[in-house]
Design a protein around this ligand. Structure first.
Ligand code: ZN
Length: 324
């Protein structure tokens, strides 16, 4: 009987921690989730996680599985040092999550931030198979990005490369970003950015709009999307503005890295062509002619799967293959 090699992918989030056992083909064969309790000491979270992984592994149906390594995705995680540094929404300072995990397992353990993990997931199991140069953008509450150059994630000298969400669009803007700066890309191109643009348009303009049926402070990007899908002109304009700002910064990234494609993942990526068509137009308009018409913008092929867990598993799998 052949032994089946399995890795664990873990996604440590501010609210929930999720893990999955991933086989070599990228299929999830088991897993679990529980609340993170981000105000607890990190040792306690890692102990609960280790216990859950051990009992989850024991209960896998295929008893020929062998655990070969552990990959972790977490906010502000540093691949080089194994640490998570001042993650937003946690009462943690600098915590060496890799060392904590190794107290419980005699296995290789690696960590990176969730956006890099998503890019690796796209490369191993999604639409970027065989690509050596691409960008993966996660459009959630904020904007995360993972850059792949020559088949490798760009971690950078200090381990934090690829923070496209905080590229400056307009330093004079009154849009304050969660990072403290003004006018960062994610204050437009994110779920919260879309809601913000919608509120601004509704205030400045008197056009009729379905969006006016929702109290302004309760308007979400999903509400804007549903209105736009019904043909609401003002809601469509919100996506035009969002796409146009996004495309401008995509052009900057393309001119630096010359990727083959840019993949979009996350709730806002579900807007599909409503967002990607204006983003493409704006990107093309801002590119040097030598780059035009060459970069594909696509919705992630992992959109309906647990990309954070898959990506963390992809990180340890590529590390085991000497590829990360
Ligand atoms: Zn910022």
């Amino acid at each position: 009987m052949t032994v089946k090699e399995v890795t664990v992918g873990i996604d440590i989030g501010g609210t929930n921690t999720v893990f999955g056992f991933i086989d070599e083909r990228g299929d999830e064969i088991g897993g679990g989730h529980f609340p993170t309790y981000a105000d607890e000491p990190p040792e306690q979270l890692i102990r609960r996680l280790a216990d859950a992984i051990k009992s989850g592994f024991m209960s896998l149906e295929d008893d020929q599985c062998q655990l070969t390594g552990i990959g972790i995705g977490a906010p502000n995680a540093n691949f080089h040092t194994g640490t998570v540094e001042h993650p937003p929404n946690f009462d943690w300072e600098v915590v060496n999550v890799v060392d904590l995990m190794k107290r419980h397992f005699d296995l290789p353990v690696v960590i990176t931030n969730d956006a890099n993990a998503a890019a690796l997931g796209e490369m191993l199991y999604g639409g970027a198979g065989g690509m050596k140069d691409f960008i993966q953008i996660t459009l959630g509450t904020g904007l995360g990005s993972g850059l792949v150059v020559d088949g490798r994630i760009v971690f950078g000298h200090d381990g934090f490369a690829g923070e496209m969400g905080h590229l400056t669009v307009d330093p004079k803007s009154d849009r304050r970003c969660g990072c403290g700066k003004y006018g960062c890309l994610e204050t437009w191109a994110s779920a919260t950015g879309v809601a913000r643009t919608a509120r601004q348009l509704l205030e400045e303009r008197s056009d009729d709009s379905l969006m006016r049926l929702t109290p302004r402070n309760e308007l979400t990007s999903k509400g804007v999307f549903l209105a736009a899908e019904k043909g609401d002109a003002l809601a469509r304009e919100v996506f035009e503005i969002t796409g146009s700002v996004l495309g401008m910064k995509l052009a900057d990234a393309v001119m630096m890295l010359s990727p083959e494609a840019i993949f979009f993942f996350g709730g806002l990526a579900r807007a599909g062509s409503l967002l990607l068509d204006p983003a493409r137009r704006s990107m093309e308009a801002n590119l040097l002619p030598i780059f035009r018409g060459k970069v594909r913008l696509e919705v992630s092929r992992l959109q309906d799967r647990n990309v954070a867990v898959l990506g963390a598993a992809a990180l340890i799998q590529s590390t085991l293959r000497g590829n990360a």
